[in-house]
Design a protein around this ligand. Structure first.
Ligand code: SLL
Length: 198
C-alpha cells in the first residue's frame, strides 16, 4: 500500500451553525429556563444529498461543546454530522473530523464560533487618546476599530473572513457558514481507490 506521489484530491465541505430564538411553544420541561435559542452545528457536503458521499472518507465528527453541557463531547458516526441543542450563549465549538480507517490521515481539528445573534460591525473611529472623533479633528491620529453591536439595521453586514452570514432579523434566524475543502495529499492507493474516487 503506497502513497500516490504528487496527487492531491480536494473535497468540498461546509461547516457552521444555524440558530433561532426558542419559541415559547417549543419549550419543554427539559429545557433550562435561561435557554433562549435553538441551534444546530454541522459539518456537511455543499452538494444536495451529498452527505452520504462524506461517509466514504469521514468516519466520524466529534463536536466538543461548552463544558457546561451534559455529555459535552458529542461523537456523530452517521450523517447528518450535526448536533442540535438549546442554550443562551455563544462559544467556540471544537470540531474534529476523523477519517476512515486505512486513510492514515491526521484528524482535522478546528473551531467554529457558535453564532446566535445577528451581529453587525459598526465602524468606531476614535482618536489615540480614546475620545470619540466627531470628524472635526482631522489632523489627529485616527484609530479604526470596530464595535460589534446587535442588529438594528439591515445593511452593512460584515462577517469574519470567509464567513457567509445570513440573517432573517424578523424571525431571529441566523446562519453562519464556512465553505472549505479537505485536501488529501499523496493519498494511499487503496484509500484513493476505495474512498476518494467518486
Ligand atoms: C459566555 N463564554 O459567557 C460564554 C459561555 C456558554 C453557553 C457560553 C447553556 C449551557 C447549559 C449555554 O448556552 N452555555 O445550559 O448547559 O457567553
Amino acid at each position: 500500500n503506497k502513497r500516490i506521489k504528487k496527487l492531491a484530491i480536494s473535497k468540498p465541505i461546509v461547516y457552521g451553525n444555524t440558530a433561532k430564538k426558542l419559541e415559547e411553544s417549543a419549550r419543554t420541561d427539559y429545557i433550562p429556563k435561561e435557554h433562549t435559542h435553538l441551534w444546530t452545528v454541522f459539518v456537511k457536503s455543499p452538494t444536495i444529498n451529498g452527505d452520504q458521499d462524506l461517509t466514504k472518507y469521514i468516519k466520524k465528527v466529534i463536536f466538543k461543546l461548552h463544558e457546561t453541557y451534559p455529555n459535552s463531547i458529542r461523537t456523530i458516526e452517521q450523517p447528518p454530522f450535526e448536533v442540535t441543542e438549546t442554550g443562551w450563549g455563544e462559544f467556540e465549538i471544537n470540531i474534529k473530523i476523523v477519517f476512515q480507517d486505512g486513510s492514515n490521515e491526521k484528524i482535522i481539528n478546528f473551531y467554529h464560533l457558535l453564532r446566535l445573534h445577528p451581529y453587525y460591525m459598526i465602524p468606531n473611529v476614535s482618536t489615540d487618546n480614546g475620545t470619540p472623533n466627531n470628524g472635526t479633528n482631522a489632523n489627529k491620529d485616527i484609530k479604526n476599530t470596530h464595535t460589534i453591536v446587535p442588529a438594528f439595521k439591515k445593511q452593512n453586514v460584515i462577517a469574519k473572513d470567509g464567513e457567509k452570514l445570513k440573517i432573517d432579523e424578523d424571525k431571529g434566524h441566523v446562519q453562519s457558514l464556512f465553505f472549505d475543502e479537505i485536501v488529501f495529499n499523496e493519498p494511499y492507493i487503496k484509500f484513493f481507490q476505495h474512498n476518494l474516487l467518486a
